[in-house]
Ligand binder design. Structure first.
Ligand SMILES: Nc1nc2c(ncn2[C@@H]2O[C@H](COP(=O)(O)OP(=O)(O)OP(=O)(O)O)[C@@H](O)[C@H]2O)c(=O)[nH]1
Ligand SMILES: [Mg+2]
Length: 316
């Protein structure tokens, strides 16, 4: 199961306490209490692993190590180790209490989630010409803690959308090395799949149905995964009895999720064209061209039509 929306708590380490200590050697009096170590911070780091959020399925809290207390003889406390949490590229990080939103868009990119607390000063730091035996020290500062919602929004160039069974996964598999599940029943695809066509990333998403925005079928939460695509491939099966209506259903669900999705450039395809005789396809394409004059016919069984799709991708 793809985990793409999870809320966790992060708590950075606290700083260690500064020490109060004095030189034991009578010839060299004076403070020797050293500083506490800094608490470990928590970072998120992007990895090209779509399922990385699975680590949070059961473990909803991430805590970094505290700094150790300072010691005598100028020995500073050890810093607490930082905690680096790996998250998929495309993760949006909502720091709830801070009202801050961060994003990881590249592999290896690192963002600070919670800053570790500074270690406190030991009494050595409080010495002064007229204060040779200070007993002051500081406690370490508390590490930051936040509630964090991690929301994965895939970063793809092209999103493939349509009703269930329209042939979305088949198209992805045909164009890329992806192995998205294909079967002759609706809702075969339960979570988005990605594939690479040269440098372009294509995202195949689950089928949408009328009322998806009201929770029907698989709902529309997964539409977040095409929020960041530049272009949409909209597939309507040649088997459709009412092309215009099928087209409108998808458009309505998109706009119910996010108006912006309906503004994305879209290529319209009449898919699975090999299933009908050429005359019927001609009629259906005519109907589709009323919606979009650039609509074309495709079939994964027709080499030439796949070349046409590739031409579009090459232009993108
Ligand atoms: N004849 C023919 N069958 C196709 C074509 N494309 C897909 N199919 C078949 O149609 C059925 C559905 O294909 P999928 O690729 O799983 O469709 P989908 O749109 O991903 O479906 P969901 O994931 O359920 O939304 C499968 O049985 C495919 O083999 C095509 O071009 N021609
Ligand atoms: Mg599918």
């Amino acid at each position: 199961m793809l985990i793409d929306d999870v809320t966790i708590k992060v708590r950075a380490g606290n700083g260690g306490k500064g020490a109060v200590a004095f030189e034991k050697n009578k010839l060299a009096l004076g403070p020797t209490g050293a500083d506490g170590g800094n608490g470990g911070s928590i970072y998120f780091e992007g990895v090209p692993d779509l399922i990385a959020l699975i680590q949070f399925r059961n473990k909803k809290e991430a805590i970094a190590k505290d700094g150790s207390d300072g010691r005598s003889q100028y020995r500073d406390g050890k810093d607490g180790a930082d905690l680096i949490l790996k998250v998929p590229v495309g993760t949006v990080i909502h720091k709830i209490e801070a009202g801050e939103v961060l994003e990881i868009v590249k592999s290896g990119e690192r963002v600070l989630a919670a800053q570790g607390g500074h270690g406190g000063k030991g009494n050595f730091k409080f010495r002064a010409p007229h204060r040779t035996s200070p007993t002051e020290f500081q406690y370490g500062k508390e590490g930051e803690s936040f509630t964090i919602r991690l929301e994965l929004k895939l970063i793809a160039d092209v999103g493939i959308i349509g009703l269930p069974n329209a042939g979305k996964s088949s198209l992805l598999n045909e164009l890329t090395k992806a192995k998205s599940r294909v079967a002759n029943y609706p809702f075969t695809t339960l979570e988005p799949n990605l594939g690479a066509y040269y440098k372009l990333i294509l995202a195949d998403i689950p089928g949408l149905i009328e009322g998806a925005s009201a929770g029907k079928g698989l709902g529309i939460k997964f539409l977040r995964h095409i929020e960041r695509t530049k272009i949409l491939f909209h597939l309507i099966s040649a088997e459709s009895e009412n092309l215009e209506q099928d087209y409108k259903i998808i458009k309505t669900e998109l706009s119910n999720f996010n108006q912006e999705l309906t503004k994305k450039p879209e290529y319209l395809f009449l898919s699975k064209s090999d299933l009908l005789p050429p005359e019927e396809i001609k009629e259906k394409l005519k109907a589709l061209k009323k919606i979009d004059p650039n609509a074309i016919v495709i079939s994964t069984h027709d080499w030439e039509s796949m070349e046409n799709v590739k031409k579009i991708l090459n232009r993108i």
